[in-house]
Ligand binder design. Structure first.
Ligand SMILES: CC(C)(COP(=O)(O)OP(=O)(O)OC[C@H]1O[C@@H](n2cnc3c(N)ncnc32)[C@H](O)[C@@H]1OP(=O)(O)O)[C@@H](O)C(=O)NCCC(=O)NCCS
Length: 155
């Protein structure tokens, strides 16, 4: 059965803060200390993200196990903050979130989906390639000196 994706609500903020704490603490070598630290956020800040943009989550065994943000801007969907708890990986949760985002983008008439990732986030790069996203740019020494690959899919 494919995972059930739902919209995040402000009540999810504490669980999401914990999820991001755990996930980004494991990625300091790929992101650099400063960027990894910045990707973690207190529940209050996450509540603001949810109020400003659309966040999708997947719950598994009663826990929020996966999350991703969608910033809809000027006919594009910018995906951000994708993270899955380590113990729920390789079950198709991230794929479900990205497929839902793509369906929403198409329904809304958006012309493109785009996002960036760090070269060291190997699992993420494999995920994006499996979903037909192509690298379209490379930003050297970008956020706090970390290189970033830019991906896009034209709709
Ligand atoms: C990247 C991440 C979101 C993937 O989440 P996930 O739920 O485990 O991914 P899925 O189960 O949906 O994987 C879908 C496909 O992506 C590819 N993939 C995902 N993780 C992979 C891995 N570790 N190794 C190889 N391929 C992988 C595979 O093709 C997989 O399909 P398959 O399992 O049928 O082979 C997760 O590993 C994570 O949270 N990583 C740390 C945070 C991060 O990098 N976020 C992205 C920021 S840009």
């Amino acid at each position: 059965m494919s995972p059930t994706v739902r919209d995040a609500t402000p009540d999810d903020a504490p669980a999401l803060a914990e999820l991001y704490d755990r996930v980004w603490a494991l990625e300091t070598s790929a992101l650099g200390e400063k960027l990894a630290a910045e990707r973690r956020a207190a529940p209050e800040e996450i509540r603001r993200w949810i109020e400003t943009d659309r966040y999708l989550v997947v719950e598994e065994t009663g826990r929020v196990a996966a999350v991703m943000g969608i910033e809809a801007r000027h006919g594009t969907y910018h995906l951000a903050h994708l993270a899955v708890l380590p113990e729920y990986r390789r079950r198709g949760l991230a794929r479900s979130l990205m497929e839902r985002a793509e369906a929403l983008a198409r329904e809304s008439g958006a012309v493109k989906i785009w996002f960036d990732t760090a070269p060291g986030l190997e699992a993420a790069r494999r995920l994006y390639a499996s979903l037909g996203y192509a690298p379209c740019g490379y930003l050297r020494r970008h956020y706090w000196g970390t290189d970033l690959i830019v991906y896009e899919k034209l709709l």
